[in-house]
Design a protein around this ligand. Structure first.
Ligand SMILES: NC(=O)c1ccc[n+]([C@@H]2O[C@H](COP(=O)([O-])OP(=O)(O)OC[C@H]3O[C@@H](n4cnc5c(N)ncnc54)[C@H](OP(=O)(O)O)[C@@H]3O)[C@@H](O)[C@H]2O)c1
Length: 262
């Protein structure tokens, strides 16, 4: 292996909060942390051995070789335009849907993407070993370094283009964000009826397990799959207090009915 890598972070949100300590555990030095609100940078810096708060975007004196922009998607371009970097620096973002070209105005030719295909929240630890790390570089040098760093973290590092990453991200929104939103709805229905949402936990866990083990199409069950129109009507009636929920129930049930009646 070559020299030890050093990474600086711009952004101290959900992703940075997991990724920075994981990099450190993997042998990468993580030093300067900048965030819009320095208090957030401080919280993350305190989780790191050599972490320190950076108060501005002038990184010209930094000894890092890789700079990770992990800010909200809408802020990536602004940061890329403003950041001052040392020579030969590699600048990457961590977004699923933002193209590599957004970093085109940055003051370095070494631009890339380091996208961890996982869901991150500050309160939950993520084991990076199984997280797919989807990397993209604008030149060979960048791709190679990102691959090296990725391999220190995960057993699953893959090179994907911006177009492929966008496709993966829309699929991930269905798999992760919409699935979780359904659970939010489910919780609301239970609590509205004075029932404990925890009662559904074994069902939720089994559903995900089945889907992963036998494939989602084989794992589908329920009244729509069985074509039980009477129950579907009853459920729609029970949701009269929330027309949005009724619409979602109807639309998804219809999709399931159509799919399994073919
Ligand atoms: N969360 C996920 O599950 C996940 C998974 C994979 C990839 N990603 C991607 O990773 C990136 C970061 O996501 P996240 O969930 O970590 O975001 P987040 O928790 O919402 O944190 C956003 C960070 O961006 C900073 N920020 C916002 N506007 C800024 C600006 N104008 N200038 C400088 N900094 C600014 C915030 O600073 P302050 O809080 O200090 O104001 C904060 O540190 C995004 O591109 C996202 O698409 C997220």
């Amino acid at each position: 292996m070559g020299a030890k890598h050093q990474v600086d972070f711009i952004g101290a949100g959900n992703v940075a909060y997991s990724l920075a300590p994981a990099l450190e555990n993997a042998g990468v030095v993580v030093c300067n942390i900048f965030s819009q609100n320095p208090k957030n940078a401080k919280k993350l810096a305190q989780r790191l051995y050599e972490g320190q708060v950076k108060e501005d975007l002038d990184f010209s004196e930094s000894t890092a070789d890789v700079f990770i922009i992990s800010v909200s998607d809408q802020a990536i371009e602004e940061v890329a335009r403003e950041i001052v970097l040392p020579e030969n620096a590699i600048l990457v973002h961590t977004s699923g849907s933002v193209p590599l070209s957004i970093l085109g105005y940055a003051a370095t030719p070494n631009i890339g993407v380091f996208y961890p295909l996982q869901t991150f929240t500050k309160s939950q630890q993520v084991d990076f070993e199984t997280v797919p790390l989807l990397v993209e570089g604008d030149n060979k040098f960048t791709t190679q370094i990102l691959g090296q760093i990725g391999t220190l973290l995960s057993q699953n590092v893959q090179e994907v283009s911006s177009a492929q990453r966008r496709q993966i991200h829309v699929a991930a929104v269905f798999a992760c964000n919409f699935t979780n939103w359904m659970l939010v709805q489910s919780q609301e229905l239970m609590e509205k009826a004075g029932l404990d949402f925890k009662l559904l936990q074994p069902l939720i866990a089994q559903t995900i397990n089945n889907s992963l083990e036998i494939g989602p199409q084989n794992a589908q069950t329920g009244p729509a799959k069985r074509g039980d129109l009477e129950i579907l009507d009853q459920h729609v009636e029970m949701l009269e207090w929330n027309s949005d929920m009724q619409d979602v129930y109807r639309l998804i049930s219809q999709q399931i009915l159509d799919f399994y009646s073919q």
